[in-house]
Design a protein. Structure first.
Length: 502
């Protein structure tokens, strides 16, 4: 799924109106109807709604929603904030239609007016400001939003929470209306996928309002969402006449005294993700642990408590390196020697990233098309600090192109950044995966996919999807709180069954 800017979405609306020979009012009616379908499907019949409307087209949506809910028998009233000299044409048309039905269904609020004494059981629908916002909210409207934020009511935003820009992260998010759900038309907005603003958007629901597919397909963007359709198009089913050699060898390098769990999880994940053979290169202290915990994997010993050399691999091995490896001086030297000579794409995680941060001159030695998987703090050590997560992602795009590598920037919505500057946000996964070892599982999955013959591009996209989806299934089974990294491994088979069925 593509991610468009606010201006591209506006152009898509305009193209749809022209190509379909409909009016902008007709498109607004369509959008409002989709919202009402969602609201009535998710709220009891006795729900009472308060709809907060602005003077633009988002407000027009809100007024249309009010009219439709009223006709369906719901208790509903709109409040129109008079913060502009005039209403948009479609907003004004919807105001007149609503007033024609019953003038008491809408109240116009003059500047500095507020709504008080809203019972806590009433659902507030936010249609004050839409995606056309191009500056920080201020004055009465900012105060009004802050006032609504203090209320305990359930809140649902239409298209985007008021005060939230779609394409940037504001310096101050206090003037953004925090909601429980956002009903977004046709597309995700980038702001939904970053922690500073995404936490205020609640659960995102994409409503299909039949925008023109020709425009969508023909319009270029560097930003996309990885969904089940993308993952299904990448997935390669097993062939009946195949053997373990068909699906390659994944070599996981890592582990140190007291940190053998990390490489164990990576090896288990590589097996479950489908590699034909898995080998683990780790220090001698992990021999019994690995041989017992992952009997399907082979074991290569290098060093006593810490890895002292990285050798014994073949050109056919696909290597993931870093989980639990530590940054002992022996290990740093071993990694530096290894990366000087190894030329095939790698998966680089955890302590391998920390070593790169200690010796940044090694960044130029990373083989082309390698995949590195930093979380925000690791990324900061490697490439420097940024003002917010969207700026961090833009820096990641620059660095991916500079070093010809893939960067998986791990976060609530992990982003895959390609050497061509593309950005793919992954929308699977949940907060339960914020647990030790989750990243080690991802390393195993990615290395396994490379071993099976997936390109770095496909492995990165499919890998983050599988990892997040397995986490979702684990959370459904045992809760987010109880989820541990091994549960992600245990659900990999369920994800593959879904992909095969699709």
């Amino acid at each position: 799924m593509k991610l468009f800017t606010a201006s591209q979405i506006k152009a898509c609306d305009a193209y749809t109106i022209h190509a379909s020979s409909i009016s902008s009012f007709d498109l607004m009616e369509r959008a409002a109807a989709r919202c009402v379908e969602w609201l009535t499907a998710h709220q009891p019949k006795d729900t009472v709604f308060v709809v907060l409307c602005g003077s633009g087209n988002n407000g027009g949506d809100g007024l249309a929603i009010t009219r439709m809910l009223h006709r369906m028998g719901y208790g509903v009233k709109a409040f129109l904030l008079q913060f502009a000299d005039k209403l948009s044409e479609d907003c004004e048309m919807n105001l007149k239609k609503l007033q024609h039905i019953d003038a008491s269904l809408v109240e116009i609020l003059q500047p500095d007016a507020f709504i008080t004494d809203i019972p806590a059981n009433i659902v507030i629908v936010d249609a004050i400001l839409g995606t056309g916002l191009n500056r920080a909210v201020e004055g009465w409207v900012a105060d009004f939003i802050n006032h609504i934020n203090q209320l305990p009511n359930r809140k649902i935003a239409i298209d985007i929470p008021s005060g939230m820009p779609g394409d940037t992260i504001p310096a101050d998010t206090e003037q953004v209306l925090g909601v429980d759900h956002t009903l977004s038309f046709q597309f995700y907005k980038r702001a939904f996928l970053h922690p500073e603003t995404g936490r205020l958007a609640g659960d995102i629901h994409i409503l299909d309002i039949d925008l023109n597919q020709t425009f969508i397909e023909a319009t270029a963007t560097n930003y996309n969402v990885i969904d089940s359709l993308i993952a299904g198009s990448i997935y390669k089913p097993r062939q009946p006449f195949s053997h373990k050699g068909t699906y390659g060898t994944a070599l996981l390098v890592g582990g140190s005294h007291g940190m053998m769990g990390a490489i164990t999880l990576s090896a288990k994940a590589a097996m479950r993700a489908g590699a034909g053979k898995v080998r683990a290169l780790a220090p001698e202290c992990g021999y019994t642990i690995l041989q017992t915990a992952v009997p399907e994997a082979m074991f290569i010993t290098k060093g006593d408590k810490y890895i002292s050399a990285i050798s014994g691999y073949t050109d056919d091995d696909k290597i993931g390196i870093g989980p639990g490896m530590g940054t002992h001086e022996y290990t740093i030297k071993a990694f530096a020697d290894f990366i000087e000579t190894y030329k095939n794409p790698l998966v680089i995680d955890a302590d391998a990233i920390n070593i790169l941060a200690k010796q940044p001159e090694l960044l130029h030695k990373i083989p082309a098309d390698s995949i590195i998987t930093p979380h925000p703090k690791e990324f900061e050590k490697l490439f420097g600090k940024t003002g917010n997560s969207m700026q961090r992602l833009e820096l990641a795009r620059t660095q991916a192109m500079r070093y010809n590598i893939y960067i998986i920037l791990k976060d609530r919505y992990s982003a895959v950044v390609t050497p061509e500057g593309e950005c793919w946000y992954n929308i699977t996964g949940n907060a339960g995966m914020a647990t030790g070892g989750s990243g080690d599982v991802l390393t195993g999955i990615l290395t396994s996919l490379l071993a099976q013959g997936y390109s770095s591009y496909d492995a990165a996209l499919l890998g983050v999807y599988i990892h997040g989806r397995a986490g979702d299934l684990a959370a459904e089974a045992i809760s987010q709180e109880a989820l541990i990294a091994g549960d992600i491994v245990n659900e990999l088979g369920s994800v593959y069954k879904e992909l095969a069925a699709s």
